[in-house]
Design a protein around this ligand. Structure first.
Ligand SMILES: NC(=O)c1ccc[n+]([C@@H]2O[C@H](COP(=O)([O-])OP(=O)(O)OC[C@H]3O[C@@H](n4cnc5c(N)ncnc54)[C@H](O)[C@@H]3O)[C@@H](O)[C@H]2O)c1
Length: 287
């Protein structure tokens, strides 16, 4: 069952207490959903709950690190107990880590992949069984980035890789989950007003230890948010419409179109013009 209205639906929005996640949560509440903000940061949660003011009966929040599988499992169990399971998962929590690639350590790789891709994986692993079991169908939106669709500069290599993983995973599972009545969308944002520059404050201690990105993330924390960057609520409207249409890609900006095309064309240019049939990977011994 595709999502055809948000009225009375329960949405779990990770990283929902700031920036894009808060924009999506605000629009979903405005369109009649009950929203649970799942966020790492208590300060963001307190601020976000205040912004909902009078409509706060439709909004609740819980503290969650999406890379913590045990905690994520507990959160999913709570959603089952409180709401009979969720209808919409927004896998949006992410960190904008960046730094000189030659100084990156395992802490930086694990942090980037663990939150940006691992958090999405954990969302699917915990909530797909819940959506299948309650039989109401559902929808899963995962926030990647336009950084996943173009060749990025080296200081964003880990970030781009983590977001490309989100894209390819979601593309690959969409048809199968569709058979279960679960829609899948990928949000590909360009620049949006948010607190993404606060990466350093979102690093758990075990991924700060030994990081080669300390200096670059300290600099990033002083970055100024552009006046012409998109408003999070505008992204929220695109996402809500994308869910209703079960759109695979929800793209906020067009300025990378040539770079996207150039990357796709470079891969095609390197591809031989062979005429043979595609290999059959579905044959097995003893069958
Ligand atoms: N803002 C942009 O320009 C932009 C562009 C492309 C993609 N994105 C992506 O959008 C998503 C949202 O980012 P944003 O720009 O709104 O930034 P943001 O920092 O304002 O919001 C992200 C929220 O996620 C939370 N968070 C961070 N790590 C977490 C964790 N481990 N577990 C749970 N919550 C966690 C933060 O506390 C914060 O409230 C991210 O995935 C980001 O990579 C943002």
């Amino acid at each position: 069952m595709a999502i055809d209205s948000f009225e009375g639906k329960v949405a779990f929005v990770t990283g929902g207490a700031s920036g894009i996640g808060l924009g999506i949560a605000t629009v979903l509440v405005g369109r009649g959903a009950k929203v649970v903000l799942a966020d790492l940061r208590h300060d963001h949660i307190e601020h976000a709950l205040r912004t909902f003011g009078g409509r706060s009966n439709a909004v609740s929040a819980l503290q969650l690190d999406v890379s913590d599988r045990a905690a994520y499992r507990e959160a999913a169990a709570r959603m089952q107990a409180e709401f009979g399971g969720i209808d919409i998962l927004v896998n949006n929590a992410g960190v904008g880590l960046e730094g000189p690639i030659l100084e990156a350590t395992y802490a930086d790789y694990d942090f980037g992949m663990g939150v940006n891709f691992g958090g999405v994986v954990n969302g699917f692993v915990e909530f797909v069984p819940q959506m299948r079991a309650h039989g109401r169908g559902g929808h899963i939106v995962s926030t990647a980035s336009l950084a996943a669709e173009v060749v990025m500069p080296e200081h964003l290599a880990i970030y781009a890789a983590s977001k490309a993983a989100v894209c390819h995973y979601c593309e690959a599972v969409k048809a199968r989950l569709g058979e279960e009545g679960i829609g899948v969308s990928i949000l590909l944002p360009g620049p949006v007003k948010s607190n993404i520059h606060e990466t350093q404050s979102n690093r758990p201690a075990h991924w700060l230890e030994g990081s080669g990105y300390k200096a670059s993330e300290a600099k990033l924390s002083r970055r100024i948010v552009g006046d012409n960057w998109m408003e999070p609520k505008a992204v929220g409207e695109l996402v809500a419409d994308g869910i209703l249409a079960n759109r695979t890609y929800i793209v906020t900006h067009g300025f990378y179109k040539d770079a996207m095309r150039a990357r796709a064309e470079a891969v095609l240019a390197a591809t031989p013009d062979t005429q043979e049939a595609a290999p059959d990977f579905g044959r097995f011994r003893d069958e």
